[in-house]
Design a binder for this molecule. Sequence first.
Ligand code: ADP
Length: 726
Amino acid sequence: MEIRSLDIPAEVRDFYLSSGIGNLYPPQAEAISKGLLEGRNVLAAIPTASGKTLLAELAMLKSIARGGKALYIVPLRALASEKFDRFREFSGIALKEGGVKVGISTGDFESRDEWLGSNDIIVATSEKTDSLLRNGTSWMEDITTIVVDEVHLLDSANRGPTLEVTLTKLMKLNPGCQIIALSATVGNAYEVANWLGAGLVLSEWRPTDLMEGVFYGGSINYRTSQKQVHDASGDDAINLVLDTLEDGGQCLVFESSRKNSVGFARRAGMKVAGLLDKRTRAALDDIVEQVIEAGESDTAKVLAQCIRNGTAFHHAGLNSAHRRLVEDGFRSNLIKMVASTPTLAAGLNLPARRVIVRSYKRYDPNFGMHPIPVLEYKQMAGRAGRPHLDPYGEAVLIAKSYNEMEMLFENYIEANAEDIWSKLGTENALRTHILSTIVNGFATSRDGVMEFIEATFFAHQNDTWGIVSVVDECLDFLREKKMLQGETRLTATSLGKLVSMLYIDPMSAAIIIEGLDKATHVTELTLMHLICKTPDMRQLYLRAGDYELINDLVLSRKEEFCEVPAPFRATDYEWFLGEVKTALLLLDWINERSMDDISKVFNVGDGDIHAFAELAEWLMHSLSRLAAITGHDKAGMAGSIEKRIHYGARQELMELVGIRGIGRVRARKLYDSGLHSIEEVRKADPAVLGGLLGPRTAEKLLREIGARPGIRPGGGTDGNPDPRTM
Ligand code: ADP
């Protein structure tokens, strides 16, 4: 089907023609025949890189041409940025004055982002969309097209319920709205399509062929053929990497853990280095410099060493600058191999000639090592083959025996992806969503709540009689904790409304309020531990050797905790020590311990530290608001700690870190040299500042605070890429 033949505005047609897209891929054509351009709902369950985004773009642009507005929902922030960058290319399409405008909403939860309403396309994560709905954002009602990317994540225990409830709310709020759902190929895509009232496009078509095989006995074995791989290194996976590189391709290697991905990138790098030409080596050295500039931790050093050799690793422990350098270096074909944890499979567009699944098992704290789902394998395999660049893609599993090879063929390559199942039916999942449903007027009674649940994917898959008692338990909990009131007619109390807007689990709010009630000797440790006790906080696990150290601390500062469980209740006590360990990491962060030290002591990466800090900032903000509404006097103290978490610094630095471009490290240098305030910096000798920060930074700083003419005065951190590490 030709782009020219589509019923779309001429400006949109010309945009695609000028970017070299003249014909639709077969699944895209099928979506058109299912009414995509006539406003019908469509679920496209097709492999990665088969043009799902383009399909959504056509529907969005057609709707915008008629004065509509589109919301594009993604599961991850990194994906939101990727889509935002892509849609910004539409600014030149003259469908309306000023071109198509795009906005991105990934910021704080307790906000409406009303300013975003002037955009034609708004990209947001599902959690952010849910929070915008909870906060009563007015433009939500103007949405005419909703795109849900990766809708198969309905199956995720963490994210699925929010996605499901958010979609249900949006469908109720905007009944005439067009929904485009994009999914990996899952077993029961038809069920999701039925729930959404959508036409289903189900296809295995890919723009590049995919060959799936198992490496065993020195060869990649396909069902009907074999390819021998030269043993150049004594390691199967490294041989597979070298084989790809010699053929002009690149490799993605999926590992089961961060440690393994780092180890493999190092080992493979020693062999890959020998294949690099002079020009590539010079370009890699440039990347290495940027890696060092973006963080001086041990991780950065190892990453730099790998990149120098043409390899890299990628996992959630990397800071965002490092992750971006790895992704860009790979896309530009300078980094030849990336070893990654499975996080990379689930979203980012980073295709490679050959995908090697080095381990099909994964560690889970509850189940130990267990095989990954077929869906996950398919998503990894789907990364193989760069459209228009590679003649084909290859996905290779590795077996140690003939039997294992057969098993891998049957259980992965020839298997269908699993069905997906709603995860909404538990008290933990329902509690928060029932509260928000009542706060936002989607239900005003127990029957109303049940009616709302009837519209969810859960009810589409299950009889709801089984869930009535769970709903009752949630309602009892919310009444007992004074977030809801009334029996037949349910209304939210001001506490309930606040909890919903703060976007925290009502259980977290209850824990915080009870803790504040009980606390007698409140210190930073008290409040930090309190937020670490909530289910919204991520926990550090205890490692061998931690017990004694943290136990000693607890014993010496017992009165600072709201409550200490009895040590003979071993599981509860260990869990408690894990919470304290997390609180200690955060205290180190706000007391300016170096990233490198924190990484070593707590065995975490820079990316983890930022993730902990971000969660803690949101929860400390919530604590401060809850303290205020319940009449506790710790709201101010929590507010100051919240700010310190944001910057990772002591109170005395707060004025200096407020200056754009001055993070905690630079602020500390200024402070320790006797410059304690903006005023003192302004009066300081520029040569001294230059000596402290380097001449360029000093110059920038002086401009920023208005001590150089022609530049706006004032502080603020807007636009500062990452104030915490500077
Ligand atoms: P998906 O969202 O399914 O992973 P994308 O929509 O990102 O895939 O498409 C992958 C690549 O294919 C993009 O670079 C896109 O521009 C290109 N593409 C999509 N549709 C077509 C088409 N009909 N013809 C040529 N290239 C296309």
